[in-house]
Write a protein that binds this ligand. Structure first.
Ligand code: NI
Length: 137
């Protein structure tokens, strides 16, 4: 890491105590690590809100016995093939499958793809994990 700069932060005691509890729970090494992470998180959210080029992972859980459901999930992914970096399928048990789709592209299109996959009738749960291409920070 180059050019580290130290700066002071003034906080109410209660807020700092709560923050110290939180960073202990989250296993941060020190306050600086925790603050850096929070700052980067804000920039990631900003990138997503601005419609920037980003990366993410969409997870969906569904019952593979519902055959048409699998077809719809595959059709939707083909529609967005230009943004899909990889997808991984795991058989959770006799009925349930977990599919994780790694995506890279404009945030608004990723959100649309995620919404479409999560809205497929029969999908039990879906989640979008947002992150960054890491170029800006
Ligand atoms: Ni499966």
């Amino acid at each position: 890491m180059s050019g580290l700069i130290r700066f002071g932060v003034s906080l109410e005691k209660k807020l700092l105590d709560d923050f110290d509890k939180l960073i202990a729970e989250k296993k941060y090494f020190n306050r600086s690590e925790a603050i850096r992470d929070l700052i980067r998180d804000s920039f990631v959210k900003e990138e997503w809100e601005k419609g920037a080029e980003v990366a993410g992972a969409i997870s969906v859980v569904y019952d593979h016995h519902k055959r048409e459901l699998m077809d719809v999930i595959v059709d939707i992914q083909h529609e967005y093939h230009d943004m899909i970096v990889a997808s991984q399928h795991a058989h959770l048990d006799h009925h349930n499958c977990l599919e994780v789709v790694i995506v890279k592209g404009k945030s608004d299109r990723i959100k649309t793809l995620s919404d479409k996959l999560r809205a497929v009738k029969g999908v039990k749960h879906g989640a979008l994990s947002i992150t960054t291409l890491g170029k800006e920070f």
